[in-house]
Every structure is written in structure tokens, then in C-alpha cells.
Design a protein around this ligand. Structure first.
Ligand code: PEP
Ligand code: MN
Length: 332
């Protein structure tokens, strides 16, 4: 970190600031110019409050030269992380297709969708048991029963399951869940992230509705700093001024996240677009951009889905998409 001090800062003020910075655990290396003094801060600067330092009367500007995220940073871990989900690998050249309905609606629905997505090439099964709905009057999910039906569908098909947690108090219900999803709305629920960090479960962390990549990676850091390195990042669209689509899919974040981090990156074109007909082209674009996997919503009867029917593919449409993705990957 570098702090540039304002013109005419006195030696006494510099010494005072230096002493304070040293109590924060960093070494201070001053360079005295004709007009300005620059302080180079060396060591673990992650605990320095950059805004506070910047607000001091004698400080002109502050710049971080290293990233605040450490454990998920590719600089300190050049090889790709491969997350192993009960034998299904994601990352480092292993491509995963996660498919299934937005919400678990019944045992029969889950088993039927699981069988059809597996036949089409899905490697993991999704389904929401706890649903983060904008309205409290909308279907909130089948909760514990939903997890039960997912486990039954896993038994039928052998596919590991992915489902969302909204409250750390529910963790005991997720004991047999293979991948715990943190939804966009909870990306910065830091207490939840810390609790998940204390487990060794693979965590699928979705990017928040309006979060920068730095914030996204800092959320991954919350999980990893507690000891759980099994984190999968998921781009699911962000809020922009565009209203034709539910969100705007940020394809550029895929190569960028690969540059910045060693964690696997997957893409969810269903929530990113909100429109079934856009899911296949955006899935192909994300695959071409280097994603390590896809999450696709598939429903046996989208018109009557209890949640997100408009963006859900039928099993036939999903089979078509899976074939297109195979072709894109062959070309790559
Ligand atoms: C979901 O995957 O069902 C979901 C709610 O996604 P998001 O958190 O991305 O909106
Ligand atoms: Mn959904």
C-alpha cells in the first residue's frame, strides 16, 4: 500500500503517522521528494482501514498495490482449484452441468426432471428447497421435504445435489447435501459465509445482484479464511439499466475471475437473462469465454412452474442446449 502525503506535511506529522501505522503491524518506508512524501507500507496491509487513512488531513491519496483477497488469489496459488463433489470434478478442465428446477415442487417432479437432465448430460442436480422470493406471498419452497425429495432423486440417478441455504441455523438439514448454494441475495451475508467456512462442503457462491468482482472475491475469502477452500464462483447476471432481460450477464467476468482467482467459475444464464429463449445462446457464450460449468433451470412443465417458469427450459430444450455445449467445447 502506498500513501502520498500532502505538500508541506511536517516531519513531526510524518513521524506521528508512521508510529501509528507501525502499531497496525506494517513496516513504513518513507521516500522524501521535493514537494511530497510517499510512505510505502509493507507487510500485511489487510487490516489497514484504507478509507480512514485516506481521510486524514495530511494524506493526499492512498493506493493498494496488492489485492485484499489472499486465499482465493491466483498470485498465491497459480494452479486451478478443482472442487470434487462426490466424485464429480469442477474446475481445472473439468466441466460441470448443473440442471434442475428452480424449486423442488414434489417428489415426482424432482425424480422426473432428474432422470431427463441426467440422460441429456447433466452432471449435478439442482433444486431450491428454501426459496429467496421477492414477495413473502410467493411460494417459499418445501424446505426439509424439498431436501428429502432431492436426496431421493440423487438415489435414483446417482447425481450429486446442489441446493440453497438461507440461514446458518438450517445447516444441520444440509448434512447430506453435496453442494450448498449461497444465493445472490446472501452473497454478503457474512455471518452465513463464516459458518459455511467452518464446514468442508463445496459452496456454490453466486455473485450478488449489484456486486463488483472485488466484493465477490472478498465474499469467497470469508468462506476460505475460515478453512473451507471448496468454493465455486457463479456469475448469474447483475443489475443494470436494461429491462429487456431480468439481469445483464457479465461474460467478461469469466476470463477476469480466472485471471484473479484459482477458484472454478461457472455461469447461470437462466437467472442472468430471465428468458428461456436466451438461455442457450448465453450458455454457449459463457462456455466459449472459458466457464468451468453451467447452471441451467429445467422444468417438466415451465408454464405451471411455482417459480421462474419463464426462464426454465423443458427437458427437450435442455437436451438441445447440452448438445450445443458439447460442440462448443469440442471446438475449444
Ligand atoms: C436460484 O438459483 O434459484 C436463485 C435464487 O438464484 P440467484 O440467487 O442467482 O437469484
Ligand atoms: Mn430460479
Amino acid at each position: 500500500m502506498i500513501a502520498v502525503l500532502k505538500k508541506n506535511t511536517t516531519k513531526e506529522q510524518i513521524d506521528h503517522l508512521t508510529a501509528w501505522l507501525e502499531t497496525q503491524g506494517v513496516e513504513v518506508h518513507p521516500s522524501y521528494g521535493v514537494d511530497y512524501t510517499v510512505l510505502g507500507l509493507v507487510g500485511d496491509t489487510s487490516r489497514i482501514d484504507m478509507e480512514l487513512l485516506d481521510s486524514l488531513a495530511i494524506v493526499d491519496s492512498v493506493k493498494r498495490v496488492s489485492d485484499p483477497f489472499k486465499q482465493c488469489n491466483r498470485k498465491f496459488h497459480p494452479e486451478d482449484t478443482v472442487v470434487d463433489v462426490d466424485g464429480v470434478k469442477i474446475g481445472g478442465g473439468h466441466f460441470a452441468i448443473i440442471a434442475g428446477p428452480c424449486s423442488v415442487e414434489s417428489r415426482e417432479q424432482m425424480i422426473a426432471v432428474a432422470q431427463s437432465v441426467k440422460a441429456a448430460g447433466a452432471t449435478l442436480l439442482r433444486g431450491g428447497a428454501f426459496k429467496p422470493r421477492t414477495s413473502p406471498y410467493d411460494f417459499q419452497g418445501l424446505k426439509a421435504d424439498g431436501i428429502e425429495y432431492l436426496l431421493e432423486a440423487k438415489k435414483e440417478t446417482g447425481m450429486p445435489i446442489v441446493t440453497e441455504i438461507m440461514n446458518a441455523n438450517h445447516l444441520s438439514m444440509f448434512e447430506d447435501v453435496d453442494v450448498i448454494q449461497v444465493g445472490a441475495r446472501n452473497m454478503q451475508n457474512f455471518e452465513l459465509l463464516k459458518e459455511l467456512g467452518k464446514t468442508q462442503k463445496p459452496i456454490l457462491l453466486k455473485r450478488g445482484l449489484a456486486n463488483t468482482l472485488k466484493e465477490f472475491l472478498m465474499s469467497a475469502e470469508y468462506i476460505m479464511s475460515e478453512g473451507n477452500g471448496n468454493v465455486i464462483l457463479c456469475e448469474r447476471g447483475i443489475r443494470t439499466y436494461e429491462t429487456y432481460t431480468r439481469n445483464t450477464m457479465d461474460i467478461s467476468c469469466i476470463p477476469l475471475l480466472h485471471e484473479l482467482s484459482h477458484l472454478p467459475v461457472i455461469a447461470d444464464p437462466s437467472h442472468a437473462t430471465g428468458k428461456a429463449r436466451l438461455v442457450e445462446p448465453m450458455a454457449m457464450a459463457a462456455t466459449a469465454a472459458g466457464t468451468d460449468g453451467l447452471m441451467i433451470e429445467v422444468h417438466n412443465d415451465p408454464a405451471n412452474a411455482l417459480c421462474d417458469g419463464a426462464q426454465s427450459l423443458t427437458p427437450e430444450e435442455f437436451a438441445h442446449l447440452a448438445e450445443k455445449i458439447r460442440k462448443v467445447r469440442e471446438i475449444l
